[in-house]
Design a protein around this ligand. Structure first.
Ligand code: MN
Length: 424
């Protein structure tokens, strides 16, 4: 769907900004003021832009026409059983295309004062190498009319890039901006190399909406999601440039690194396109970075204990470093096994709380209540020293971190009257 249609669907939540907004920090002011509402900037340096569009689970679930509770099972099923997308002949973004590229004319903001410059943040990259297709998020620092420095984390796109450079060539890429939430969730998914994430998006829409995702072939030969507002067609070349500082998920500045340079050869866009901005460390970032990890944690903990009810990476923990898992405890020690499994599944996580299934893990206060009334540090605490952790945690030393698991499940033989919350 076009972003304009989503804005119409959620119109009661939307903050409309009619006044002219400059790309230098001004957009951030509006986006920080309304973090959980879609903010529609009607005139961001002459173009239209939106931020915080998918900042709540409610809106993502509503777009997929499922309940919040069904979101994780649906995502898990889609990750386990990807399905083919449908290749169509045309897409709305093909209505306008130009090789007279100037990224500086697009409504791309500089978000925070010490950021290195203007950044594309909501771009899902498509690349193909030796028959494998990959979708992933990578930020782009605008360097000039047709160039950007791109943070290519050491995962699948980096592998394709390294192989292409070894072969003495370039890597053809497409950066899709203004996607529907299923493709954004797919872009944030970490599955094994060779799994085409667009097939995860398609499995998700197939099971929730009864239709596959539409893909379309662009001029450089790549096949990309058809619903994009903008598509930047280009190449990663054998050249690096300083990238950063930039505010990442933990809302601190990520450091400067030498990163690959993207050359944009062609820009496609819809009629009156709306540029999508994801602000680092706000809830919309969490939705597409953290939430796609929850099914992975769910499956790992399910192998360690008989029944997992729910998994959540918490906003307070940047939806990356801290999590909560609710289980049905059947053996003394299940809580600790769940802790070990959760840390193994999501290696960036440094704190996990395991609770019983009567606790609402989506309510931080209820989780703290479980810790307050069911946890004793001398029996329920697991501390791991010097484990490999997240690169974006400023308190980690050289990538090493300590991890804390809190088993806040009640003792198995407990008298319910002593531990269960009283109700009428
Ligand atoms: Mn991948």
């Amino acid at each position: 769907m076009a972003i304009r249609d989503w804005l119409a669907a959620f119109s009661k939540d939307v903050v409309e900004v009619q006044e002219p907004v400059a790309t230098d920090l001004e957009a951030t002011r509006f986006l920080l003021r309304h973090p959980r509402q879609p903010v529609h900037l009607r005139n961001l340096q002459g173009g239209e832009a939106v931020g915080n569009l998918w900042s709540t689970r409610d809106r993502v679930a509503a777009a997929l026409r499922v309940s919040n509770a069904d979101l994780l099972p649906k995502l898990m099923e889609a990750q386990a059983h990807p399905k083919d997308a449908r290749v169509v002949a045309r897409a709305d973004f093909m209505r306008h295309e130009t090789t007279d590229v100037d990224l500086r004319e697009l409504p791309i903001p500089k978000l925070f004062p010490k950021d290195a410059g203007r950044y594309v943040t909501a771009g899902v990259w498509v690349a193909e190498w030796e028959g494998a297709r990959n979708l992933s998020f990578h930020r782009i620092l605008v360097l000039g009319a047709d160039r950007g420095a791109c943070r290519i984390v050491p995962r699948h796109l980096r592998h394709m890039y390294d192989e292409a450079m070894k072969a003495g060539g370039e890597l053809k890429v497409a950066v899709c901006i203004g996607l529907d939430p299923w493709n954004l969730l797919a872009g944030g998914t970490s599955v094994e190399y060779g799994v085409d994430e667009s097939r995860i998006a398609s499995a998700l829409t197939q099971s929730c909406l009864g239709k596959p995702v539409d893909m379309v072939r662009i001029k450089n030969g790549l096949t990309v999601p058809g619903e994009a507002e903008y598509v930047l067609e280009g190449r990663l070349i054998h050249e690096v440039h300083d990238e950063g500082p930039f505010v990442d998920a933990v809302r601190t500045y990520d450091r400067v690194r030498k990163e690959p340079v993207l050359v944009v050869d062609r820009i496609y866009h819809r009629d009156q396109p709306i540029f999508h901005i994801i602000v680092g460390g706000l809830d919309e970032h969490f939705m597409f970075m953290g939430m796609p990890r929850e099914p992975v944690i769910y499956q790992a903990v399910s192998r360690a204990v008989p029944h997992v009810k729910a998994v959540r990476l918490t906003e307070g923990g940047c939806a990356w470093l801290h999590g909560v898992v609710s289980i049905r405890k059947q053996h003394q020690g299940d809580g600790k096994n769940a802790i070990m499994a959760a840390f193994g599944a999501h290696t960036s996580m440094k704190q996990v709380v395991i609770v019983d299934e009567d606790i609402d893990i989506f309510d931080d206060r209820d989780v703290e209540w479980a810790i307050a009334t069911r946890f004793q540090a001398d029996r329920g605490l697991v501390v791991l020293h010097d484990v490999r952790g997240s690169s974006i945690d400023p308190s980690a030393r050289d990538g090493f971190t300590s991890k804390m698991g809190i088993d806040a499940t009640k003792p198995l033989a407990a008298d319910p009257a002593m531990f269960d919350k009283a109700t009428l």
